[in-house]
Design a binder for this molecule. Structure first.
Ligand SMILES: Cc1cc2nc3c(=O)[nH]c(=O)nc-3n(C[C@H](O)[C@H](O)[C@H](O)COP(=O)(O)OP(=O)(O)OC[C@H]3O[C@@H](n4cnc5c(N)ncnc54)[C@H](O)[C@@H]3O)c2cc1C
Length: 404
C-alpha cells in the first residue's frame, strides 16, 4: 500500500447516506475521502420525509441551513383506510404538537439534499470528493486497499460501504445478504394542486398498497403510490392528464384539482438486509446495509442513523485506541457498530414488511390485526404518543449528533 494515497476513512458511494456519513466522520476529526462516479447528482427525482432526529443531524453538520427552503414541514400525519373491506380500520390522525414537536419531520427532494451535502463537503477541508468508481477492495490486517476505475490506489483504516444495494464493498468484506421482492411497484411523482395541504401528510391504505401524499413547499406535494406491478406498468402509459384525474379519484380530491409536476419514476418494491453491518475493515451504511420498501418513510432515516452511529464509535478513543488518530476501522469499532445498529434496522424492516403484508392480505385475521392496531393507536393516549415518538426517533441508542 506504500504508493497509495492514504486517509483515515474512505467512503465508497456519494448518495445521501455516504455523503452524510463522510461529514459526520470528518466532524470527529478524521481525514475522509468519498468516491462516487456521478458529477451531477440531480438525477434522483425522489423526495425523502426526514424525521426530526435526521434533521437535527443535518443541522449539526451545517447542511440543513443550505436546503431548508426546499423542504416542507410535516405537522400532521393522517391514515385513511380505503381498503373498502368489510373490516376497516378507523382513520387515525397524529399531530406533532401532541408530543411537543413543531413537526414530525420535513419532506425534501433528494436532489436538493444531495446538492446541499456536496456544498458542505466542498467547504470541509478534511474531506476530498473523488469522481470515480471503487473497482477493487482488498481488506488487510491493518487497513484496506482500494483500486479505483481510473487506476488510482487509496488506502484507509476504515472503508465505509455506502455504494447502494449492489455494494461491491459488502461483497469484498464477505458479508452475505437476505433479499426478497414484492409483486408491487412504487409510482413516484410530484404534483401541483389548487387546495393547500396545510402541512398534512395523508396515507390512504388501499389493497394494492399505500397511496401517500406528502407536502412540498407551496401548493405542491410528492406522491408515493404503491400498486401491483401490472397496474404500475399500465399507469406508466397514462397521459399526464389521465394520470392527474386518476390521482384525484383515488385521493377523493382532498387537494382539489391536481396537475403532474415533472417526470415520473417507478421503483419495484424489494427488501434486502445484510447479515452483518461490518466486517474486515468495512462498515456498511444506507442501502448497502438495508433496503426497505418506501412505506412509512424509513429508508434514508435509517441510513442517516447508520452514519451518525458509525461516527460516534469510530471517533471514540476507547474503541479506536487514539484521539482521533487511532484506528477507526479496528475490530472493537466494527463489532460495536454491528451491535449498535441491529435492533433499529431489524425492527423497522420487520414492521414495514408486516404493515405491507397485512394490507395485501385478504385474510380476516390479518385485517383484524391491522384494524385493531390502528384503533389502539387512535384511542389509547400513551400508546399513541409512544408510537409518535418512536416514529420521530428511536428511544434507544440515538446517536449523539441526532439528539438536537
Ligand atoms: C419511492 C421511494 C421513496 C422513498 N421515500 C423515502 C422517505 O420518504 N424517507 C426516507 O427516509 N427514505 C425514503 N426512501 C429511501 C431512500 O430514498 C433511500 O434509503 C436512499 O436514497 C438511499 O441512499 P443511499 O445513499 O444509501 O444509496 P444511493 O442513493 O443508491 O447511493 C449509492 C451511491 O453509490 C454510488 N456507487 C455505487 N457503486 C459504487 C462504486 N462501486 N464506487 C463508488 N460509488 C458507487 C452511486 O453512484 C450512488 O451515488 C424512498 C425510496 C424510494 C424508492
Amino acid at each position: 500500500m506504500s504508493d497509495a494515497q492514504s486517509v483515515d476513512v474512505l467512503v465508497a458511494g456519494g448518495g445521501p447516506a455516504g455523503l452524510s456519513a463522510g461529514l459526520a466522520l470528518a466532524a470527529r476529526g478524521l481525514q475522509v475521502a468519498i468516491v462516487d462516479p456521478l458529477e451531477d447528482p440531480r438525477h434522483d427525482r425522489r423526495t425523502s420525509a426526514l424525521m426530526v432526529a435526521s434533521v437535527a443531524m443535518l443541522r449539526a453538520l451545517g447542511v440543513w441551513q443550505r436546503c431548508v427552503e426546499a423542504a416542507a414541514p410535516l405537522r400532521t400525519m393522517r391514515i385513511i383506510d380505503d381498503t373498502g373491506r368489510l373490516l376497516r380500520a378507523p382513520g387515525v390522525t397524529f399531530e406533532a404538537s401532541e408530543i411537543g414537536e413543531p413537526a414530525f419531520g420535513w419532506n425534501i427532494p433528494n436532489a436538493a439534499l444531495v446538492a446541499a451535502l456536496r456544498e458542505q463537503i466542498a467547504d470541509t477541508a478534511a474531506i476530498t470528493l473523488i469522481h470515480s468508481t471503487v473497482e477493487q477492495v482488498d481488506p488487510e490486517e491493518d487497513g484496506v486497499a482500494v483500486t479505483l476505475a481510473d487506476g488510482r490506489r487509496l488506502s484507509a483504516a476504515l472503508l465505509v460501504g455506502a455504494d447502494g444495494r449492489g455494494s461491491v464493498c459488502r461483497t469484498a468484506a464477505g458479508i452475505d445478504t437476505d433479499s426478497w421482492s414484492y409483486d408491487q411497484a412504487a409510482i413516484v411523482l410530484n404534483l401541483r394542486h389548487d387546495r393547500p395541504h396545510n402541512d398534512v401528510s395523508t396515507e390512504f391504505h388501499r389493497p394494492p398498497g399505500p397511496f401517500t401524499l406528502v407536502p412540498l413547499p407551496g401548493n405542491r406535494s410528492s406522491l408515493v403510490w404503491v400498486e401491483t406491478r401490472r397496474m404500475a406498468e399500465a399507469v406508466a402509459t397514462y397521459s399526464d392528464d389521465e394520470l392527474a384525474r386518476e390521482i384525484e379519484r383515488i385521493s377523493h380530491r382532498i387537494l382539489g384539482r391536481v396537475t403532474i409536476d415533472g417526470p415520473r419514476g417507478s421503483y419495484p418494491l424489494s427488501g434486502l438486509i445484510a447479515r452483518r453491518y461490518a466486517a474486515n475493515r468495512v462498515a456498511l451504511v444506507g442501502e448497502a446495509a438495508h433496503v426497505v420498501p418506501p412505506i412509512g418513510a424509513q429508508g434514508l432515516n435509517l441510513g442517516l442513523r447508520d452514519g451518525a452511529a458509525l461516527a460516534d464509535l469510530a471517533g471514540d478513543p476507547a474503541l479506536s485506541g487514539g484521539d482521533p488518530g487511532g484506528d477507526p476501522g479496528s475490530n472493537p469499532v466494527l463489532i460495536a457498530y454491528d451491535r449498535r445498529r441491529r435492533v433499529d434496522i431489524l425492527s423497522r424492516t420487520a414492521a414495514i414488511d408486516m404493515l405491507n403484508r397485512t394490507l395485501l392480505a385478504d385474510l380476516l385475521p390479518a385485517q383484524m390485526l391491522r384494524s385493531a392496531g390502528l384503533a389502539a393507536l387512535g384511542t389509547i393516549g400513551p400508546l399513541r404518543r409512544m408510537a409518535m415518538r418512536e416514529g420521530v426517533a428511536p428511544a434507544y441508542g440515538l446517536p449523539e449528533m441526532m439528539r438536537g
